[in-house]
Design a protein around this ligand. Structure first.
Ligand code: SF4
Length: 246
């Protein structure tokens, strides 16, 4: 199999949150979204990062195969937006599978299915961040239309792909009743949803925005109150959504 080159931002060798078990997480470079709460704005530039090959990545991951196997883990392709480099991502998945390693794709779902469907078909798990279920809010939050993400979600439902969905709770931005109700209704209509998580907003990326001279608009936004997170977690659970996998 011919190796494919692509751009990566970085690798985390012992990830514990981006999929089941212990993860070898590859952050791919480049993202077409501009989420206002992004904590990795240094992954946005599609000409940045380090050029590497799919073969090098899987060879590196193989060093950790034993602990991936014993923990039920694998490789996670994250970003940036991994679907922004679909051939590179697909080749990593193919190579990993040949070595008996499963691969999760951590994505916003923003991509053209004509280019991304092979990746979506081949990944063992999709971790999807749909940002918000309301199109107008999506545009305000990310700078792009939600159409591609929703089309990807429909495709994933059609192919019955195991899904985890995460939602960043940003006070004043993604936590109003209209958005949470729309999100809940969307989640109730996904039979292969294995796990849903609320991720409380944090400002760990703020310094990167400043260094890159980007305009960070959430300086005065605080993390959501724990009581509120508990209340909506309970509400989603009672509706039958597998919050935190339960
Ligand atoms: S999709 Fe992810 S990497 Fe891209 S801007 Fe949004 S949070 Fe940042």
């Amino acid at each position: 199999m011919q190796a494919v080159t692509g751009r990566i931002h970085s690798i985390e060798t012992c990830g514990m949150v981006d999929g089941p078990g212990l993860r070898f997480v590859v952050f791919l470079q480049g993202c077409p979204l501009r989420c206002r709460y992004c904590h990795n704005p240094d992954t946005w530039n599609c000409d940045g990062g380090k050029i590497t090959s799919s073969e090098e990545i899987v060879n590196e991951a193989l060093k950790y195969k034993t602990w991936m196997e014993t923990s039920g883990g694998g490789i996670t392709l994250s970003g940036g937006e991994p679907l922004f480099q679909p051939e590179f991502a697909e080749n990593i998945i193919d190579r990993a599978h040949k070595k008996g390693i499963s691969v999760a794709l951590d994505t916003s779902g923003f991509g053209n299915l004509s280019k991304t469907s092979n990746c979506l078909d081949k990944a063992d798990l999709i971790i999807l961040d749909i940002k918000t279920a309301l199109p107008d809010e999506y545009k305000k939050l990310t700078g792009v239309s939600s159409e591609k993400t929703l089309t990807t979600l429909e495709y994933l439902k059609k192919i019955k792909k195991p899904l985890w969905i995460r939602h960043v709770l940003v006070p004043g931005l993604t936590d109003d009743i209209a958005q949470l109700t729309a999100l809940k209704n969307l989640l109730l209509d996904i039979p292969t949803l294995e796990k849903f998580e609320f991720l409380p907003f944090h400002k760990m990326g703020e310094q990167k925005w400043e260094q890159l001279e980007y305009n960070y608009t959430l300086t005065n936004t605080k993390p959501p109150k724990p009581d509120f997170v508990s209340k909506i977690t309970k509400d989603f659970s009672l509706a039958g959504i597998p919050v935190n996998g339960s």
